[in-house]
Design a protein around this ligand. Structure first.
Ligand code: NI
Ligand code: MN
Length: 225
């Protein structure tokens, strides 16, 4: 059995290591919580970006260019990355599933705006099916009832959920999301990076109760499965 590591890099950034190395929303430079620098990344297979906001697109383009990793995002965003010199891209959109280097990547909806290079856009989340585990990264999003469908269709066993409020769900909404999605392990994200998104993850854990196991990772910490 292949082991899978989920490493929290602060904010909404995660590095997942299984057979392949994956990074999601790599906001590293300028992220006061980040424990990893872009220049520390020597090897990467897949870079996933949920939307064009700077705290998610982050250093995705540099990492893809430096490592040759495939850049996976919404169509408009992969076009943007190509114009910036990224070689390998996998354009997709909400509802679609693409096999990227053996990992089944499904793009899910997120109720949130997006922006890059001055153009408005839409946001997404991802379900990553590694075979051994299915991970749902919700991206930046408010609570929406179709999270129930994401749970039913893709059966994620782990969900990475924003709890910071202001720009995304807060702890009250995220606790309802846990109920809808049905994943048994939850890692909170997108909080305490900046003063405007202060949140107490212990309080979130309390509200979720025995519905799921809330695993609070500090930046640099890993969950091994
Ligand atoms: Ni955003
Ligand atoms: Mn954000």
């Amino acid at each position: 059995m292949i082991l899978l590591d989920i490493e929290y890099l602060g904010h909404a950034a995660f590095r997942i290591v299984e057979d392949k190395i994956v990074i999601i929303d790599p906001f590293l430079e300028g992220n006061p919580m980040a424990t990893l620098k872009t220049s520390d990344i020597k090897k990467m297979d897949i870079v996933l970006v949920t939307h064009g906001h700077g705290d998610h697109l982050g250093n995705a383009i540099e990492i893809s260019k430096a490592t040759g990793a495939t850049f996976v995002a919404m169509f408009e965003l992969t076009n943007f990355a190509q114009k910036k010199g990224v070689g390998a891209v996998e354009p997709m959109n909400i509802g679609g599933t693409v096999d990227v280097k053996g990992i089944k990547v499904t793009m899910t909806n997120a109720t949130h705006s997006s922006d890059f290079a001055g153009g408005a856009g839409h946001s997404s989340g991802f379900v990553l099916d590694f075979g051994s585990h299915r991970i749902y990264h919700a991206g930046d999003t408010g609570l929406f009832y179709d999270m129930k469908l994401i749970g039913e269709l893709y059966e994620p066993d782990i969900a990475l959920l924003p709890i910071g409020s202001r720009f995304t769900m807060g702890i009250k909404e995220a606790a309802r999301a846990v109920e809808l999605i049905g994943a048994k392990k939850i890692i909170p994200m997108h909080y305490n990076t900046f003063p405007g998104i202060r949140q107490n993850p212990a309080r979130f854990k309390e509200i979720v109760g025995n519905l799921a196991e809330v695993i609070v990772l500090r930046p640099g910490e890993k969950l091994s499965l």
